[in-house]
Design a binder for this molecule. Structure first.
Ligand SMILES: [Zn+2]
Ligand SMILES: [Zn+2]
Length: 334
């Protein structure tokens, strides 16, 4: 009576169970970085996945880990596929057992004094797989400037998963977005820490959140300039961290310095913020003579500690945005 089961087991041996993966409402498929330290989850456009992506290599948008295309299933998809495969195997064994039992029951003589029948209970018969559902839509949809593939992420992405390209422009605008988000979350963070840990901790954390926005902006703009400056030659190390030096480098490269896009007042205010970043990075934010000389900021005396306000962050972001737009347009025209 177990012939059917044995036959089924033989048939299943070495057979694979295909579990389809669904796309989300926008036609995107979930992917996950296989690098253990990263496991970044992102989405790729379903059509582009078959047309643009290559089998040999896919890159993680977050850490640029590189691996063949078949290694980017999400942990959730793999778990789902395992469960599905098991369900199918169970289903097939179950139906083999059922048909074995039916045959056995049929073979029982009808008029026998003792009747024996066999039932197989438990487990619904399932021989098809249910496809893996797509995770919710991701807000940030990106199209690679280099290979045109479309992908989506939560937060930010640095590299195109189809070609590994790192867009200087996109990375920069992502950084500005991150700074704005950080600034805007300060009050929520303050409230939460206030309620859970205490006032002192809330104040310290929020101050540091605000202060890191300044260096985030300066570094993001530095990277942006370094990337766009490449065709014009090698800029001195960290030159784009210094406002006046950055301006004159661009002046000689594209015949436009920062005064093309910012007023003198704006340049002075931006310069003060650049000098404040320097103090935060190298002097714990304590005013020294060099700061007063370089920034022309007379609102502080030596030995005081600088204060960064939320409006400073707003100004920084908008000034850097103006500069980057101006530089970007010139470089694209070149
Ligand atoms: Zn990664
Ligand atoms: Zn690309």
């Amino acid at each position: 009576m177990f012939e059917d089961l044995i036959r089924e087991m033989e048939r299943m041996n070495g057979q694979s169970v295909a579990v389809p993966i669904e796309t989300d409402g926008n036609g995107y498929i979930d992917k996950q970085c296989p690098s253990e330290g990263c496991e970044f989850i992102f989405k790729v456009n379903g059509e582009d996945w078959s047309n643009i992506f290559k089998d040999e290599a896919v890159w993680c948008p977050f850490c640029r880990h590189e691996a063949p295309a078949d290694q980017w299933f999400t942990i959730e998809q793999v778990e789902h596929a395992k469960a599905e495969a098991l369900a199918v195997v169970k289903g097939e064994i179950n139906s083999a057992l059922r048909s074995g039992a039916q045959k056995y029951n049929r073979k029982q003589p009808k008029n026998s004094f003792i009747s024996m029948s066999m039932t197989v209970s438990g487990g619904t018969k399932r021989t098809h797989t249910i496809s893996a559902k797509a995770a919710e839509l991701m807000q940030l949809e990106i199209q690679c400037e280099s290979c045109n593939s479309r992908f989506a992420v939560i937060g930010s992405a640095y590299f195109c998963p189809a070609c590994g390209y790192n867009s200087v422009t996109r990375t920069f605008s992502d950084s500005l977005r991150k700074i704005r988000a950080k600034k805007e979350s300060v009050e929520i963070v303050r409230k939460t820490i206030n309620e859970t840990v205490g006032k002192d901790e809330a104040e310290l954390t929020c101050r540091s959140l605000i202060e890191t926005c300044i260096s985030d902006g300066v570094v993001a703009f530095q990277k942006y300039c370094e990337g766009l400056y490449e065709p014009y030659g090698q800029a001195p190390f960290n030159a784009f961290q210094r406002l006046d030096q950055a301006s004159s480098l661009w002046e000689s490269a594209i015949q436009k310095g920062f005064s093309s896009w910012l007023s003198n007042d704006e340049i002075n205010t931006l310069n003060i913020l650049y000098q404040k970043r320097h103090l935060l990075a190298h002097n714990e934010g304590i005013i020294d003579l060099k700061y007063i000389q370089k920034s022309g900021d007379i609102s502080y005396k030596e030995g005081q500690r600088i204060v960064i306000s939320e409006s400073d962050i707003d100004f920084l972001v908008s000034a850097l945005e103006k500069l980057s737009k101006g530089i970007g347009a010139e470089c694209n025209n070149a």
